[in-house]
Design a protein around this ligand. Structure first.
Ligand SMILES: C[C@H](NC(=O)[C@@H](N)CCCCN)C(=O)O
Length: 562
């Protein structure tokens, strides 16, 4: 078909780069919210009584609807039927609604023991369930928006700077992840644990506005191409899936994708907590270390993509990426190597691996799958990848609780002692506070105590039986009451509450230290799971290279022919 593109708006660099920035803004918000609650894990435990399994359920819920309801496949069909404008706007709105539900669930005061029974999952805290449903809705929007944005970029940049535009769009999205990891916990500490979600809501709203602006630009593009004959795009067909899944090379890439991404995205969910617990990094700055990973990829992904374009060696690049993955998780798993500088260096190396593999893997798909089935192929790969994003974070949470059985109960014990101490001291001193003020004070005190114990204790914790836990609780109450006896209230209410907070913090801390109450997680088993995923990734990267040699896909050849 003839294609006269002289008068198309795509010919204007200003117009197409504006389109790229506008569509990328919603991805920025999405990638921010994806990790906005991860660094806040320790606070969710201290303040809301979540366990690691609750956190695992929440993070795995991102993929619930995508996996169970085949939403990625449907999104591909919907995108084909409704087009970029409607699908993009609907997915941006879906992300916004999901974020809103998540915010509501986290700020709502559910009774401590409120639980619902779900098929397959079993008993789950009501708050965790609602947060997860919001996150699951957000996940559908994010993945649908991912394939829509790719199509939008292709629409504007085909025959132009396509790879660069895709790389930059990924970089803008990753800036969102870096921002979330670096600022979420400081935001939560200084304001409220829900503040990172509120910010996500604002960013997502900006994303929706930006997408509405994109729609106007896209309408202008359509108008400019009205008289022009352009190539018809191939529609999404279910029967394409059949021909794709018969291809062995496709399976190697899809399995490598799910294994590799499962060792990186879920790692980021837990990384801040891991830095605090293993490397004793102060919570306020612990997120900076994992944020080095997405931050590095912002520059490295386009760089490695360029190298692959010119020099080739795609399958070898994926093998190197998988080897680095094993190195990083292997080193992070060694118990006595607990220096934060080493941890930061490993995160930087993981960032290099996470730039190498995607920069070679995504452009390798068109070498294995014919162009007209590419949309379907990416949707199926994302679907398989989502299975990993659903199972691995949940497994990590369950394993963390199972290998650290006393941590969650000990945190709950501290919280209830703090609560009782407040009630006693406030009553003794005739100070009345409303329920919200009290809740806030208990949350802050518990978080402060837990943080300081985790950061400063070098003892080898001993596990306590239930009876000993009661003793510890009584001792906390006794110590707080003794120290509180000398307390006199002659100042205003907030000064008095601050003093009470200080007394409770100090006394609780001392009792925990003395009794060696274990509230620090040992992440050893979780990190070994990541290392195993690395080994499996390496095996599939080798299988892919062998298949390439057999079938001659040209994965090792440059993309740009001289
Ligand atoms: C391009 C690729 N995107 C994905 O893999 C998405 N399916 C998942 C997005 C989840 C974001 N945490 C990428 O980001 O490398």
């Amino acid at each position: 078909m003839t294609e006269t593109i002289k008068r198309s708006l795509r010919e204007s660099p200003k117009a197409r780069w504006t389109a790229m920035v506008l569509v990328s803004l919603s991805a920025f918000g999405a990638y921010y919210f994806n990790y906005a609650l991860s660094p806040v894990k320790p606070m969710l435990e201290s303040a809301l009584g979540w366990t690691s399994s609750d956190f695992g359920t929440y993070t795995s819920s991102y993929a619930w609807f995508n996996v169970y309801f085949f939403m990625l496949i449907f999104s591909g069909i919907i995108l084909d039927k409704l087009g970029i404008r409607l699908t993009g706007l609907s997915s941006a709105l879906l992300m916004l609604i999901g974020t809103g539900i998540n915010y509501w669930a986290v700020v709502t005061d559910f009774p401590d023991a409120a639980q619902v029974a779900l098929p397959l999952i079993g008993e789950i805290k009501t708050q965790v369930l609602y947060s997860s449903l919001g996150f699951a809705l957000f996940g559908v929007g994010t993945e649908a928006s991912g394939i829509t944005l790719t199509k939008a970029i292709v629409r504007w940049f085909k025959g132009k700077e396509l790879a660069l535009a895709m790389g930059l769009q990924m970089s803008i999205a990753r800036m969102g992840t870096a921002l979330a990891l670096a600022v979420a916990l400081p935001l939560a500490i200084n304001f409220h644990y829900s503040s990172p979600i509120l910010w996500a809501f604002v960013l997502m709203f900006i994303g929706v506005i930006a997408f509405v602006m994109y729609i106007f630009l896209d309408l202008k593009l359509e108008k400019s191409e009205k008289e022009i004959e352009v190539d018809e795009e191939e529609p999404f067909r279910l029967r394409d899936i059949l021909s794709i899944i018969k291809n062995r090379g496709f399976w190697y890439i899809a399995i490598l994708c799910v294994l590799f991404y499962s060792a990186v995205f879920p790692f980021l969910y837990y990384a801040t907590d891991f830095m605090i617990n293993k490397y004793r990094v102060a919570p306020g700055v612990a997120g900076i270390i994992p944020s080095l990973l997405p931050f590095g990829t912002i520059f490295l992904t386009p760089l490695f993509g360029g190298i692959y374009d010119k020099k080739g060696k795609g399958a070898t690049i994926m093998i190197i990426g998988a080897l680095l993955l094993i190195l990083v998780h292997g080193v992070l798993a060694i118990p006595f190597l607990d220096n934060w500088i080493l941890a930061s260096a490993m995160v930087v190396v993981l960032g290099i691996a996470f730039s190498l593999v995607p920069s070679a893997m995504w452009p390798a798909v068109p070498k294995i799958i014919p162009e007209k089935r590419l949309g379907t192929a990416y949707a199926v790969i994302f679907w398989i990848q989502n299975i990993g994003l659903m199972l691995v974070p949940l497994l990590l949470g369950i394993v963390l609780d199972a290998t650290n059985p006393s941590v969650a109960t000990n945190k709950a014990l501290i919280r209830s002692s703090v609560e009782q101490s407040y009630s006693t001291l406030l009553a003794q001193n005739n100070i009345t506070v409303d329920a919200d003020e009290m809740k806030r004070a208990v949350e802050t005190t518990t978080t402060t105590v837990v943080d300081s114990v985790v950061k400063t204790s070098f003892y080898k914790e001993i596990e306590h039986s239930a009876a000993e836990k009661e003793d510890v609780k009584n001792e906390i109450l006794k110590q707080v009451a003794t120290a509180g006896g000398a307390f006199e209230t002659d100042e205003d209410k907030s000064t008095s509450i601050n003093k009470i907070q200080q007394i409770i913090t100090e006394q609780t801390y001392q009792v925990i230290e003395k009794n060696k109450l274990n509230i620090r997680y040992n992440y050893q088993a979780d990190i070994l799971i990541f290392a195993m995923l690395g080994v499996l990734s390496l095996i599939f990267a080798f299988l892919l290279k062998r298949e390439d040699r057999k079938k001659g896909y040209g994965l090792e050849l440059p993309n740009i022919k001289e």
